[in-house]
Design a binder for this molecule. Structure first.
Ligand code: NAD
Length: 243
């Protein structure tokens, strides 16, 4: 029998209880840096060493924390469902919890790519484009060179102003075939998150988990105002038992 499909869309809130801070809310700074300094092509052009240091800290942080009960319960859901995780998170906690189908819209901190590989709107230069990308076990350093073209390497994360890894055909297929949709821990302010939630309005069963949801009136959604670790284990058990 084919398993029913569950699409889970997560943001920084899913990893908050593992000890990785979320992004929004305070003073517009991200761990004491202006976002445009550490997460934009301009910031990279101005001071690449600062950017590499910032991501080196975040890399070490991700490696030092553990998946929480929310990540683990999403892995448990695979027992009876075909689970597809779409995440804005650049950490690897879903994979480390055992989730085997994860689509990272904004890349992964434990991957690196050539600085010539990125695809900034309007600035792509196919002459310089280099498709080198690989998994790493230590942060990218200044002076780490692309083995294909010799340019500087950078983390494989999507910065403001760069293209998101959108697979439109695949997304359409997911919208058509999902029986259950779970949104968790996202303020859905960053493209394409806001649109993505509404795309699943026709899905049979829909949940949204966030202690402080930016969207209280999501059409047809069961909005649960609480944290990922408080809600997901119970919700997953409920779904498994009903199946
Ligand atoms: P966001 O910081 O804009 O929003 C986080 C949301 O999580 C908020 O709505 C908040 O109320 C909710 N939240 C906080 N604690 C929670 C908990 N314990 N359980 C459930 N929800 C909780 O995050 P975003 O919407 O993901 O957008 C931020 C951007 O920054 C993304 O592009 C992402 O790539 C990046 N980011 C990633 C990480 C990570 O990889 N873990 C961390 C911070 C930021």
């Amino acid at each position: 029998m084919t398993k029913k499909r569950v699409v889970v869309f997560s943001g920084a809130g899913l990893s908050a209880e593992s000890g990785i801070p979320t992004f929004r809310g305070s003073d517009g700074l991200w761990e004491n840096h202006r976002i445009e300094d550490v997460a934009s092509p301009d910031g990279w052009a101005r001071d690449p060493k600062l950017v590499l240091n910032f991501y080196a800290m975040r890399f070490e942080k991700v490696q030092s924390v553990q998946p929480n009960a929310g990540h683990r319960s999403l892995a448990d859901l695979q027992e009876k469902f075909d689970v597809i995780n779409i995440t804005q998170n650049i950490d690897n906690l879903l994979e480390r919890a055992g989730c085997n189908n994860v689509w990272h819209l904004h890349g992964r901190i434990d991957y690196q790519k050539c600085e010539r590989h990125y695809d900034i709107f309007g600035l792509r230069d196919s002459y310089f484009n280099c498709d080198f990308k690989s998994e790493i076990s230590k942060p990218v350093q200044w002076g780490d060179k692309c083995p294909k073209c010799g340019a500087q390497l950078r983390p494989d994360v999507v910065w403001f102003g760069e293209s998101v890894d959108m697979r439109r055909g695949y997304l359409e297929e997911l919208i058509e075939t999902a029986s259950i949709f779970i949104g968790v821990g996202t303020s859905a302010q960053v493209y394409p998150a806001a649109g993505l939630l509404t795309l699943f309005e026709e899905t049979e069963q829909k949940f949204f988990i966030d202690p402080n949801p930016a969207y209280e009136a999501l059409l047809g959604f069961e909005v649960i105002k609480s944290t990922a670790t408080a809600v997901l284990p119970e919700l997953v058990q409920r779904l498994l038992q009903a199946e």
